[in-house]
Design a protein. Structure first.
Length: 186
């Protein structure tokens, strides 16, 4: 059986965040988190903007293949936080980061092709509220669906082909003992 990463669900937000940080090195903070990001979390922990916080949002069973082998649809989110900076407004900063993520995410497997399918259904949604306006920050979420297998596929059994030669008219099941092995192993 092919092995899947045993800590896949726990590690994935951090792995995605590390890849995002490579693409957007000017982010002050880019990390994986647990659960949805909201204003209460921003108030409680503080975030050094501009930031991207990556999280698993939802996992649901998707396809069932022979075996049985189950796959799941994992909903992921990258939450963008920006404040007004000298020469760049928070809304523009969030839009620029979102655009970079919208270019990065589609079809990405985050270096785990045995565990993940290609990211799809990428969407961006601004998160606006009176609280965020009064705090002079902008929030947005980029979400996507990531197919995931939590157990590896069983290895296919080895097939050892055998090639026999028979001579007409002595062919067919009744004459199998007369055939000559010319390739493979009996």
């Amino acid at each position: 059986m092919t092995a899947t990463r045993p800590d896949l669900l726990a590690a994935l937000p951090g792995l995605v965040a590390a890849r995002i940080k490579l693409v957007l090195p000017a982010l002050r903070e880019c990390r994986g988190i647990a659960g949805r990001f909201n204003l209460d979390m921003l108030k409680a922990k503080g975030v050094a903007a501009p930031a991207v916080l990556v999280s698993r949002l939802r996992l649901r069973q998707d396809q069932t293949y022979a075996g049985p082998h189950y796959t799941y649809s994992l909903q992921m989110g990258a939450f963008i936080v920006a404040r007004d900076e000298m020469g760049l407004g928070r809304d523009e900063a969030v839009a620029n980061i979102a655009q970079a993520l919208l270019q990065l995410i589609p079809d990405t497997v985050w270096g785990l092709p045995a565990d993940l399918g290609a990211a799809a259904d990428v969407a961006e949604e601004p998160i606006l509220s009176v609280s965020t306006e009064s705090r002079a920050i902008a929030l947005s979420a980029v979400t996507w669906s990531q197919p995931v297998a939590l157990r590896g596929l069983p290895e296919a059994p080895a097939i050892t082909p055998e090639l026999y030669l028979g001579r007409a008219p002595r062919i067919g099941r009744a004459f199998e003992d007369d055939y000559t092995l010319i390739g493979g192993a009996p």
